[in-house]
Design a protein around this ligand. Structure first.
Ligand code: FES
Ligand code: FES
Length: 150
C-alpha cells in the first residue's frame, strides 16, 4: 500500500511493484497535468514535484516515494486563483498545443523557488529538461520572466 499526499490531499493506494509515479498520478488518481510523453526520461512532460523538487515522474517507481508530498500542475493554483506562472503562460502566449506546459511550469516553479529573479540564461537552463515542439521557447522564457516579476 502506498501513502502519498498529492496537492494537499492524502491518498492510500494499492499499487503494483513496478508502477511508476506517473502511472499512479494519471491512471489511479486521474490527474492529467503530468503528461505521458516519451515515458522514458527524455521530454519532461511528466515533471512533478516530490517534496518540493522537480522530478520526471515516468522515471521513478511510485513505491519508492511512500510518504512523499507530491505537487502537480493542478496543485499550483489556489482554488480559482491561478498561480503567477499559470497566468503568465497565458498572457505571454506560451501555450500552443499545451502538451509540454504542465511539466514546463513545474520546472519553472522549482527555478523560481531557488532563484526568484533569474536572467534569460538561468531560465533557459532551468527549463532545459523540458522539450517543447511548438513554441520555440521564446514565449516560455518570457512567461517565466513575467512570473518572476510578480
Ligand atoms: S514522459 Fe517523462 S520524461 Fe517524457
Ligand atoms: S506547447 Fe506544444 S509542445 Fe510545448
Amino acid at each position: 500500500m502506498l501513502n502519498l499526499e498529492v496537492n494537499g490531499e492524502s491518498h492510500q493506494i494499492a499499487v503494483e511493484q513496478d508502477a511508476t509515479l506517473l502511472k499512479v498520478l494519471r491512471d489511479e488518481l486521474g490527474l492529467n497535468g503530468p503528461k505521458r510523453g516519451c515515458d522514458s526520461g527524455g521530454c519532461g512532460c511528466c515533471t512533478v514535484h516530490v517534496d518540493g523538487k522537480a522530478v520526471y515522474s515516468c522515471m521513478c517507481y511510485a513505491l519508492s516515494h511512500d510518504g512523499a508530498s507530491i505537487t502537480t500542475a493542478e496543485g499550483l493554483s489556489s482554488g480559482a486563483e491561478l498561480h503567477p506562472l499559470q497566468s503568465a503562460f497565458i498572457e505571454a502566449g506560451a501555450v500552443q498545443c499545451g502538451y509540454c506546459t504542465c511539466g514546463m511550469m513545474m520546472s519553472a516553479k522549482q527555478l523560481l523557488d531557488e532563484c526568484p529573479h533569474p536572467d534569460e540564461e538561468q531560465i533557459r537552463q532551468g527549463i532545459s529538461g523540458n522539450l517543447c515542439r511548438c513554441t520555440g521557447y521564446a514565449k516560455i522564457v518570457d512567461a517565466v520572466k513575467l512570473a518572476s516579476e510578480r
